[in-house]
Design a protein around this ligand. Structure first.
Ligand SMILES: C[S@@+](CC[C@H](N)C(=O)[O-])C[C@H]1O[C@@H](n2cnc3c(N)ncnc32)[C@H](O)[C@@H]1O
Length: 250
């Protein structure tokens, strides 16, 4: 019996990325709603926008049509190639967001449907912004997770697939630290191989996020829904808030 460990999320791996296109992105409707929300939250004209982890850049059309210029970057060559084919007027490049080194170039840096997990991305975004620019990204609403997480806690399923492999899944949620964990064991009874895929996501709290953003230099931080209403505790919806962090003028 052989155990083969494979990370569940493998952005940048061509085969994974091609499969991800079928299930991983938000619907066009959700993407367009988020793209419009960004423009409403930062209502300035003729902005130079850098969208990091842009994926297919499907929502860039909304920004281009509104008169902004758009640069999109992503780890995945597959996604960037498709983005280039969709939006000829935007500029794209394959880039890991941890390697972003540009300075004072953009009015707006965005990151949609991709969690900020540490202070490196905010630091790079801050550096890339011109004074007076904003970093806009999404952050999970902890109340939304707490409700659904509790339902998923300790959930295990055991399925027999058509190809006579057996799939064991485990889903855990730790409410105290807002951490999701998901694991699949795919057992092939003929070869004896067990392929184990594991993924976890840990969401930063709003207070921790404020600390990080202020520490890297931003001068003001707000958490708003897509209509510009501020975050209030104990509201289960929306799933994500937008965090708007402003780089000061001097
Ligand atoms: C859920 S998708 C969201 C894509 C896009 N922002 C959207 O809303 O459709 C997450 C994206 O993050 C990208 N990504 C993950 N880690 C990255 C990294 N270290 N540097 C650049 N892009 C990354 C992935 O390739 C993927 O396109």
């Amino acid at each position: 019996m052989k155990k083969i460990y494979v990370p569940m999320i493998r952005y940048g791996d061509k085969e994974f990325d091609e499969g991800f296109i079928g299930w991983g992105f938000q619907s066009t409707e959700e993407q367009n709603r988020d793209a419009q929300a960004v423009l409403n939250l930062v209502p300035k004209k003729n902005q130079t926008i850098l969208d990091i982890a842009c994926g297919l850049g499907s929502y860039h059309k909304v920004w281009l049509d509104a008169g902004h210029s758009v640069v999109g970057t992503d780890l995945s060559e597959t996604f960037i190639m498709m983005a280039k084919n969709t939006n000829a007027a935007a500029e794209y490049r394959v880039e890991n967001f941890y390697d972003l080194e540009e300075e004072s170039k953009y009015n707006l840096v965005t990151m949609i449907d991709t969690p900020v997990e540490d202070e490196d991305v905010p630091r790079n975004a801050y550096r890339a912004l011109k004074p007076g620019g904003s970093f806009v990204f999404q952050i999970s609403n902890p109340e939304y997770n707490h409700m659904r997480g509790r339902l998923m806690e300790n959930r295990r399923t055991w399925t027999e697939n058509e190809d006579r492999t057996f799939l064991l899944t485990r889903n855990e949620y730790n409410e105290d630290i807002d951490r999701w964990e998901y694991e699949e064991w795919n057992l092939n009874v003929e070869t004896g191989d067990i392929v184990i895929e594991h993924h976890f996501s840990s969401n930063l709290t709003f207070t921790r996020m404020v600390d990080i953003l202020l520490a890297v230099g931003f001068c003001s931080v707000s958490f708003l829904d897509a209509d510009g209403r501020p975050y209030t505790t104990s509201k289960e919806e929306p799933k994500n808030y937008f965090c708007v962090a402003l780089k000061g003028i001097s």
